[in-house]
Design a protein around this ligand. Structure first.
Ligand SMILES: Cc1ncc(COP(=O)(O)O)c(C=O)c1O
Length: 393
């Protein structure tokens, strides 16, 4: 079956954050929405069908995880990431950000130090801050070639006295896929400092060829015993509205501790669509995902070629995973305030401000290319026109 990613969908009127939230978040509605990380594509037919069949049973009662859910996830990990997971190591999570918050509440105390490496997905520091933990900001380097590198010396210094490190694997923004060598070095630093790692791997199944995702927990015995891994079908199969994700803990003591915490408030329970939709995605969604990734690669190539030809003063961090492009406007020499104003008021685009991911995001905006090519083309032309107008060219 060939899936149609060119279809332009009207998502307004579906209470979508990305489209119906424009007024609230950007103060106006006349924008092309290229921000929130969900895609303007239909969710795969296999997922819709599974939900439909569940609906057709006519009763929306309480739901327990089913065998198919365990089996589909375990087989997927084995096949796609060479990672052996057992059913008793899994736990349902009603969302990854929530999972990070629960893990912080369970494994740390108020005032404990939590390390993050910005620019990074903003809840990584907002969640610990709002939970009164002390956030330690280490730095990620975005070099002259717009390539993302880790600063291991700084990481080593900053990790001291930290209780938890929140790793984004692959990294958002920027879509960097960490190599085995990099993960090993991170692991060594974490081990030396006895730090618990929360590894958010939500973007892992969108890793684009030729890159390969490596689950942090699979790197060595130490990471296996000291990592809480969060994964989900949500980004991959465009179904984040269902709020279903999975936590894997391979250390039985940590699993028990977290489960006791979660169970106390029934936080680990999924909703009526959680297990059935996730199982359908992992067991029947592979072909859809293959075609999606090919389409995303074309959109990334298209954006890169467009910038080179029409907007050489804007460059990009080329994502190795996922559909979020970190655009680099530093050569324009504009303030962040001017940059965001031009993009909003003249280009009529809703993009994420790079600074929302931390200080190092200055000079950047994040563009979501999980959309039909025609929409991307329109957005890039609007961006180019607005910049040239501002430059009086
Ligand atoms: C790295 C990362 N983690 C988590 C999330 C959100 O996950 P959830 O909706 O399951 O909380 C996102 C969404 O963009 C993300 O990029």
């Amino acid at each position: 079956m060939v899936f149609d990613f060119d279809e332009v969908l009207d998502r307004r009127g579906t209470d979508s954050v990305k489209w119906d939230g424009l007024k609230e978040f950007f103060g106006r509605e006349d924008l092309l929405s290229m921000w929130v990380a969900d895609m303007d594509f239909r969710t795969p037919p296999c997922v819709i069908k599974a939900i439909q069949e569940r609906l057709d049973r006519g009763v929306l009662g309480y739901t327990i995880p089913n065998d198919k859910w365990y089996y589909a996830f375990i087989c997927w990990q084995q096949k796609h990431h060479d990672w052996e997971v057992n059913a008793w190591e899994m736990m349902h999570m009603p969302g990854i950000v929530r999972g990070l918050a629960f893990a912080l509440q369970c494994f740390t105390e108020v005032g404990d130090r939590v390390l993050v490496i910005p620019p990074v997905y903003h809840p990584f520091f907002l969640v610990p801050e709002k939970n009164h933990r002390k956030v330690v900001y280490s730095s990620l380097i975005i070099d002259e070639q717009d390539e993302i590198q880790l600063d291991f010396e700084q990481l080593e210094r900053d990790m001291q006295d930290c209780k938890v490190f929140i790793l984004c694997n692959p990294h958002n923004p920027g879509g960097r896929v960490w190599t085995r060598e990099e993960l090993l070095r991170i692991a060594e630093i974490c081990e030396r400092n006895n730090v618990l790692v929360l590894s958010d791997e939500i973007h892992c199944d969108l890793t684009l060829p030729p890159y390969k995702h490596i689950p942090f927990a699979s790197v060595n015995q130490w990471t296996r015993e000291h990592t809480i891994t969060f994964m989900a079908p949500s980004k991959t199969f465009n179904m984040p509205g269902i709020s279903t994700s999975i936590c894997v803990i391979q250390n039985p003591t940590l699993w028990e501790q977290f489960h006791t915490y979660m169970e106390a408030s029934e936080l680990e329970m999924g909703n009526v669509f959680s297990y059935t939709s996730a199982a359908a995605a992992y067991s029947e969604g592979e072909e859809w995902l293959l075609q999606l990734k090919a389409y995303l690669l074309e959109n990334i190539d298209f954006t890169q070629a467009f910038l080179k030809e029409h907007l050489p003063m804007v460059s990009m961090v080329r994502p190795q995973a996922s559909y979020l492009i970190f655009l680099d406007f530093q050569k324009l020499g504009w303030s962040q305030e001017m940059l965001t104003r031009v993009v909003l008021e003249d280009a009529h685009l809703a993009l994420n401000d790079g600074t929302m991911f931390g200080q190092r995001g200055e000079g950047f905006l994040r563009l979501n290319v999980g959309c039909p090519k025609s929409v991307l083309n329109k957005a890039l032309h609007q961006l180019a026109d607005a910049i040239y107008k501002k430059l009086n060219i």
